[in-house]
Write a protein of this length. Structure first.
Length: 492
């Protein structure tokens, strides 16, 4: 049967609901905006409430006989060359956990790149899966991690032949990507599935000048955040499946364990609309974004003290295999200021909100939603920042360890450390103890400390100096990091 990508089943169902004037005696309690607080209606507008209906019994009938969601998922799968697609209204944080649970169970091994997002670590805590960490490719000069190589996964499988599969993050928030085809081949020679956390890659299937996307490279499960680089609403995520190494019904069951029974029709509509937009005009839309990003990159490179990281910086022997130019990552080392200082200055002085921030960089994410006006404002702000940088206070030093100093031994399973007896100890006495919590610089959300890792002085010094310099740490139990939560019994 021919696929008609002009259709948007979720959007059509919402339009029909409004046109037919259905009167619901069901949740949501605002009853199509009528009961919402007037001040909230003024800020959000009534369109938000009018689109906020039950998925079952609202968007579709009580037995889902119109297959509204199923048809939307089938269209999405076709658009990106997957066999099956599942929508998630709980972000890729849920999607990646569902993928992990479909591949491995409690006390089974899963190979995972150590540059994984904190949602992956949360999946380990919830599931009891035993991680086998695969080392990223470290750029010691720029203090950046790139996705692990296929050779690293080959070596990990050789050392742990009982591993149930592998997980890799590609692209990274910085735009670096892996050779996914080679990693998939390593897995498939053993009959094991590959999960790709491609949260930052929603746009990749739609232009030939972007890195190859996971389904085309042979991955079995791919997780994508449509809200990050696409047009979806926040929390809009999809996970795709192909091949016969993971049963579709099993993946659906695992997702059902974690997902809400009250999904947002608004988020479904955003996913559905993004698919139609890209299926019909994806190459044109993404081509425009790539051209604009190239102009922005060239202009920033002309600003004294700023350097835009490009393919030559990120790709090569021992580094990444591919490069996405849309995350415009700006190295500020030449200005002598930190990314934290720069982000605060841009927001306070120009109302410009940067994405990535670290001890020496900021990121300006360019998407198909940008144009000459928005990027012009960005460039003006960056030029002003360059002129103002000499008047800013000296950037507090962040004690970033060498790559080897960032790695700590996994002394216990993340689940056991997280749920076992714990105590809070002064950070000055935490080295040598086993962490019972995550500590994650955010963004990009890659934990520096995992539950079950034995803490070391270099990592603790990195985090405390980073916090003093402006690093955001959203997850430790003590936000001031004067204490660290550790396991109470250190006989592991």
């Amino acid at each position: 049967m021919a696929i008609d990508h002009t259709q948007a089943p979720v959007l059509r169902a919402l339009a029909d609901y409004r046109r037919e004037g259905r009167l619901a005696f069901t949740p949501p309690g605002h009853k199509q905006a009528r009961g919402a607080d007037p001040a909230v209606r003024e800020v959000l507008g009534d369109a938000v409430f009018l689109g906020d209906v039950l998925a079952t019994g609202g968007l579709d009938d009580r037995l889902t006989r119109n297959r509204v969601l199923q048809r939307a998922q089938e269209l999405m799968a076709d658009a990106v060359h997957a066999d099956h697609t599942f929508f998630s209204t709980c972000g890729s944080s849920l999607s990646v956990k569902a993928a992990m649970l479909a591949v491995a169970g409690p006390h089974e091994k899963l190979l995972i790149g150590r540059d994984a997002h904190k949602s992956v670590v949360s999946g380990l805590v919830l599931s009891g899966i035993e991680p086998v960490w695969v080392e990223p490719r470290w750029d010691a000069e720029r203090h950046l991690a790139h996705p692990p190589s296929a050779d690293e996964y080959e070596a990990a499988f050789a050392a742990h032949p009982d591993a149930r599969g592998a997980l890799i993050t590609s692209p990274t928030p910085y735009g670096a990507s892996a050779d996914l085809r080679a990693v998939a081949e390593v897995c498939h020679r053993r009959g094991r599935p590959l999960i790709v956390d491609e949260a930052w890659g929603a746009h990749l299937p739609f232009h030939p000048d972007l890195p190859s996307w996971a389904m085309d490279a042979g991955a079995d499960i791919c997780v994508t955040s449509i809200h990050k680089m696409g047009s979806g609403l926040e929390q809009g995520s999809v996970f795709h499946l192909q091949g016969d190494l993971v049963e579709p019904k099993l993946l659906g069951m695992r997702a059902d364990l974690l997902s809400t029974t009250s999904p947002s029709a608004l988020i479904y509509a955003g996913l559905d609309g993004w698919r139609r937009q890209m299926a019909l005009r994806g190459q044109e839309v993404m081509g425009g974004a790539l051209d604009l990003a190239a102009q922005v990159r060239s202009a920033i490179e002309q600003i004294d003290g700023m350097h835009v990281n490009d393919r030559a910086d990120f790709c090569g022997p021992g580094l990444a295999d591919g490069f996405d130019p849309l995350p415009v990552v700006i190295d500020l080392d030449g200005l002598g200021i930190s990314g934290y200082q720069a982000a605060d200055w841009l927001r306070e002085r120009h109302d410009i909100v940067a994405h990535l921030t670290d001890h020496r960089r900021i990121g300006a994410q360019i998407t198909h939603g940008d144009d000459q006006e928005t990027t012009g404002e960005l460039l003006t702000a960056l030029k002003d920042l360059a002129h103002a940088a000499s008047g800013l206070p000296d950037a507090p030093r962040v004690a970033v360890p060498a790559p080897a100093g960032l790695r700590m031994a996994q002394a216990r399973l993340p689940r056991d450390a997280f749920f076992g007896p714990t105590e809070d100890v002064p950070v000055a006495r935490a080295a040598g103890r086993i962490a019972a919590e995550m500590i994650t610089p955010y963004p990009p959300g890659i934990p520096a400390v995992l539950p079950g890792e034995r803490l070391t002085e270099p990592v603790l010094r990195y985090l405390t100096s980073g916090l003093a310099a402006g690093m955001y740490l959203p997850d430790p139990t003590d936000p001031a990091l004067e204490t660290v939560r550790v396991t109470a019994q250190d006989d592991a």
